[in-house]
Design a binder for this molecule. Structure first.
Ligand code: PEP
Ligand code: MG
Length: 868
């Protein structure tokens, strides 16, 4: 039979899967000789056993942990259930992957009437004993007995009102004793400590399945089957008096990444008071002033832990009557900027190597370098100041609850979530918010930690603000009222709250960021190109590291106000001559734009896709627009209406678009090819090195490719003869219909590259309309009919299989084909890993995703988990 219970001196940090992250680290710290209150861990395997048995604890488990408990008693010099010398426990969950605040915790377990009296006597502190006791009953009722927490809260409020007390500090020992009596009349509280322990272990296991835990796992891609361990640890007390307290600290600044010890401390407070953000804590320096010896021990401990774990640590500790105890250490969550700075500096310090540094940065975190920041010059109307909990700037409409945040953002609003404090129940609202503002809580509060993890701008501890969700108003210290729906701006980097929508500057890069990207380039195989049409976007893309353009959607070049009428006139032309005349005009625009693009992308490939959308998309639809177009292009409105109606389609996404346009209007294709090749020739004449790639969209069979390739050949021949030039170019196809992927081996001999258009390929594989799927996908996700939106993250099982087959079969018939990807998935880190594994040559994505793609591609190649 496998061992179910481990003492803290029986495991190590390698045992995360079995003992959970928290437990494994408690063991490791014990091994390192740090002052960890002793305890034991019930394994994650036992949790699975519990679920498999229909939520029943294994029959031998109690015997097993009683043996461990005996040893803990010996080590702590106190006894569980002994009123004369009581030992109390904290019981906490701890999953293999950290899930902060997601699972339930019970403190002071082991108290009952007799033992509380004993504790009062032993500590000579009745107030402390009964305060601890009532806290325990409250937590136990909430977590184990599933009693609505507000019932006990209300009882406490009632008592305070009856006795003219306003705050907890006003309560005496007798008051707490009375509260205990009242609480016990409301709940069915078990007096037997061993019964309490058993029920608590069960409750921790069951909390794996609470909605908020499930939601957190979904959001973070954590497997449902892992289960949690249970950590049972001897209690120590931060609320024992003025030489006691609790603190949370980071070995480096989690916001900026600066290499200096950073933390917060509350004197005479339990650990949960710091994390919950109910009181605003003091900077850690306050501890140095008051208890210098403790501070020195803390300081050397954090230094040791960072060196030992070779990563920035987030630690929790308690001081009881001047004695220092370590309660927890784990890799600290950090902002994107901090994660890059810390990773790069740790390489310089010799703690980690370049590959490890790359794996320490999550691709999404890179966005911090790319996000807008509030323009310092534009700051006005600063109405409140809080703590700079998570950087970046955001403006949006005020909402006061997570539900409101979800509702409003579903309607298209950009929202700022304003709360007194946040709890894990608020996560769904925090996720959709552009920014988060809380009245209470420090830099380590729930709001701060979660927002940093998500990369959402946040301000916490905005103590001057008074938030009243019922009235829908937050009032600043100076009496300014911020009302529901009003627009405000948050500067998460300075902690300032401003009225209105304040201008933001573009995100700025840093030297560390560039260093990290250069390492990414060293380790990646997959090339990264941009989806861009304008010279500005292309220039930005190149600056961000694009290695060419993977998709230039030529239709975007015709949507400009000065050009759209020519395009419309061409579409509405009734004779070949008339159409040709407009095509000639369009060719001038197309040529000019492409010339610029080739110049910007000097020396790099530029994939120009032939016209793709249904022509109907270019035409006016309202009577007014039809009238005014008629006047501009000299046709009657009736005629325009008739022609427009003639082009209308029931299902345009599956209709007259892509290379089907070339089949019906070869002259459009000829114009585009002429523009591409002549622009490339002109660019070459001007000393640039253009590498055009002509891409044929929405192909379903090889005959289409041959037809379009013939048009291309003919145009190129005419042009090169007329100008006596030679321009290197390639012809390739988009793989965006299931039929194309299934017939890839027949297409292969005709092309030099294949670029997967995963937007259309997903649409056609699922039969989900790209334009309409947003109406039902949220429901599909909510009902768990799908795990992820397939338009965001590639569905490897279906779309991925089509791609895999296409690559394998086409490679068999023709070597040297280049494979790329130009759908939205090209910028999605999870999809990028798949494309890497598939052996594609490049991904293409929007310019601002390029650094993310570079890092994701390197991580895929280095090959272990970035979240490790
Ligand atoms: C695609 O379908 O994936 C693609 C890139 O083309 P578009 O989005 O323009 O249809
Ligand atoms: Mg497409």
């Amino acid at each position: 039979m496998a061992k179910r219970v481990y003492l803290f001196n029986e495991g190590s940090k390698e045992d995360r899967d079995l003992l959970g992250g928290k437990g494994a680290n408690l063991c490791e710290m014990t091994r390192l000789g740090l002052p960890v209150p002793f305890g034991f861990i019930i394994t994650t395997d036992t949790c699975r056993e519990f679920f498999e048995a229909g939520n029943k604890l294994p029959s031998l488990l109690e015997q097993e942990y009683r043996v461990a408990l005996d040893l803990v008693e010996k080590k702590m010099g106190a006894r569980f259930g002994d009123p004369g010398n009581p030992l109390l426990f904290s019981v906490r969950s701890g999953a293999p992957v950290s899930m902060p605040g997601m699972m339930n915790t019970i403190l002071n377990l082991g108290l009952n009437d007799e033992i509380a009296a004993g504790l009062a006597e032993k500590t000579n502190n009745a107030r402390f004993a009964y305060d601890s006791y009532r806290r325990f009953i409250q937590m136990f009722a909430d977590v184990v007995l599933d009693v609505d927490a507000t019932r006990l809260e209300k009882e406490l409020e009632r008592y305070k009102a009856e006795h003219g007390k306003t705050q907890d500090v006003d309560m005496s020992a007798d008051d707490w004793r009375e509260i205990v009596l009242r609480f016990k009349s409301l709940v069915d509280f078990p007096e037997d400590p061993f019964e309490q322990l058993k029920l608590a272990v069960q409750a921790v296991f069951l909390s794996w399945h609470t909605p908020r835990a499930i939601f957190y796992r979904e959001m973070n891609n954590i497997s449902d089957s892992q289960g949690t361990a249970v950590n049972v640890q001897a209690m120590v007390y931060g609320n024992f008096g003025d030489d006691s307290g609790s603190g949370v600290a980071f070995t480096r600044n989690p916001s900026t990444g600066d290499r200096h010890f950073f933390g917060e401390f509350l004197f005479n407070a339990a650990g949960e008071d710091v994390v919950a953000g109910i009181r605003t804590p003091l900077p850690i320096e306050a501890l140095r002033e008051k208890l210098p010896r403790v501070y020195d021990e803390l300081y050397s401990t954090q230094a040791l832990l960072e060196k030992h774990y070779r990563d920035m640590q987030d630690i929790e500790f308690t001081v009881q009557e001047g004695r220092f105890y370590m309660l927890q250490t784990r890799s600290g969550k950090r902002t994107g900027r901090a994660s890059v700075k810390i990773a790069v500096e740790m390489v310089r310090e010799g703690l980690i190597n370049e590959r490890e540094a790359l794996m320490r940065v999550s691709p999404e975190h890179v966005e911090a370098f790319l996000h807008p920041m509030v323009d310092p010059a534009a700051k006005t109307d600063i109405v409140a100041q809080g703590l700079p909990a998570s950087p970046g700037g955001a403006s949006g409409q005020i909402v006061f609850s997570a539900e409101e945040a979800q509702e409003q953002s579903a309607l298209g609003a950009v929202v700022i979530l304003v709360r007194r404090e946040t709890t894990p129940e608020d996560i769904h609202g925090m996720k959709v918010a552009a920014g988060i503002l809380t009245e209470l809580g420090g830099m380590t509060s729930h709001a701060a930690v979660v927002a940093r993890g998500m990369g959402v701008c946040a301000i916490t501890g905005c103590t001057g603000l008074s938030v009243d969700p019922e009235r829908g108003v937050a009032t600043t210290q100076d009496g300014v009222e911020l009302r529901r729906g009003e627009t405000i701006t948050l500067d998460g980097s300075s902690g300032e709250v401003m009225l209105g929508d304040i201008a933001k500057t573009e995100a700025s890069s840093s030297e560390d960021f560039q260093t990290l990207l250069s390492w990414a380039d060293k380790f990646r195989r997959l090339k990264v190109r941009a989806n861009a049409e304008t010279p500005q976007d292309a220039a930005k893309a190149r600056e961000l590291g694009a290695e060419g353009i993977g998709l230039c959607r030529t239709e975007h070049m015709f949507f400009d106000s000065g050009r759209i009428d020519v395009m419309r006139a061409m579409i509405l032309a009734q004779t070949r001559e008339e159409r040709q005349q407009h095509l000639d005009a369009l060719q001038v625009f197309q040529h000019a734009d492409l010339l610029e693009l080739f110049k910007v992308m000097d020396g790099l490939p530029v994939t120009v896709r032939l016209l793709d959308p249904p022509l109907h998309e270019f035409l006016p639809h309202t009577p007014e627009d039809i009238e005014s177009l008629a006047a501009r292009i000299g046709k009657s409105p009736a005629r325009i209406r008739e022609l427009t109606e003639g082009l209308a389609e029931v299902n345009p996404m599956l209709g007259f678009r892509g290379c089907r346009l070339s089949v019906v209007y070869p002259e459009i294709t000829a114009m585009q090819v002429t523009a591409i090749i002549s622009a490339a020739a002109d660019a070459a004449d001007a000393g640039f090195r253009p590498f055009p790639e002509i891409m044929i969209p929405l192909v379903v069979n090889v005959r289409e490719i041959r037809l379009v390739a013939d048009i291309i050949d003919k145009c190129v021949r005419e042009l090169t003869q007329a100008r006596n030039i030679s321009v290197p170019y390639r012809v390739g196809t988009m793989m965006e219909t299931p039929r194309a992927t299934l017939g890839a081996s027949r297409l292969a001999p005709e092309v030099e590259f294949m670029s997967f258009g995963t937007n259309d390929l997903t649409q056609m594989t699922y039969g989900f309309s790209r334009d309409d799927a947003a109406r039902f996908i949220p429901k599909y996700l909510g009902e768990k009919l799908i795990d992820v939106d397939p338009f965001v993250s590639l569905d490897k099982r279906a779309v991925g299989r089509l791609m895999e087959m296409a690559v394998r079969e086409s490679r068999e018939v023709k070597k040297g084909i280049k494979y790329g990807i130009c759908g939205e998935h090209g910028g999605d880190p999870r999809s990028i890993r798949f494309f890497h594994d598939l052996g594609l040559d490049y991904v293409s994505c929007s310019p601002f995703r390029i650094p993310i793609a570079r890092i994701a591609a390197a991580q895929a190649n280095v090959g272990f988990d970035a979240t490790d």
